[in-house]
Design a protein around this ligand. Structure first.
Ligand code: ZN
Length: 131
């Protein structure tokens, strides 16, 4: 999987490599922002900063995909895609993979926590059930 590094998103990948899930937070109005962008979508302030989160949350929606978007994922089917709301950032939703779980474990409300998978030179944040 290709991971694009640019100045706007670099903090996210650097934090992941350090074992943290950092999310942009607006210091003017308190809005959490994901995907990263230079201005707050709520108040248009540019006073936004990467902020560490606990990496804990719960599933608010999910889907199973039986189609591999790239050939190297063909052995991973079905892929469980989940939308996670972070405990630290109510209202913010992160779309990610559910890992370390059977597909049948996916459900709305499932408590999850971030985990990091090293792929080549990049570290990918994903979520697993909280046990
Ligand atoms: Zn704001």
């Amino acid at each position: 999987m290709a991971v694009v590094q640019d100045p706007e998103h670099g903090f996210y990948w650097d934090a992941a490599a350090a074992g943290r899930l950092d999310i942009l937070h607006c210091r003017a109005c308190g809005t959490w922002i994901h995907y990263p962008q230079p201005r707050c979508p709520s108040c248009h302030s540019t006073d936004v900063a990467p902020t560490p989160t606990s990496g804990r949350g719960h599933v608010v929606s999910y889907t199973l995909t039986h189609y591999a978007p790239t050939p190297e994922l063909a052995d991973s089917l079905p892929i469980v895609l989940v939308m996670v709301e972070l405990d630290d950032a109510p209202g913010l939703r992160v779309i990610t993979n559910l890992v370390d779980a059977e597909p049948s474990e996916a459900r709305i409300g499932l408590p999850v926590e971030v985990t990091f998978e090293r792929r080549g030179e990049h570290t990918i944040p994903q979520f697993r059930p909280r046990r």
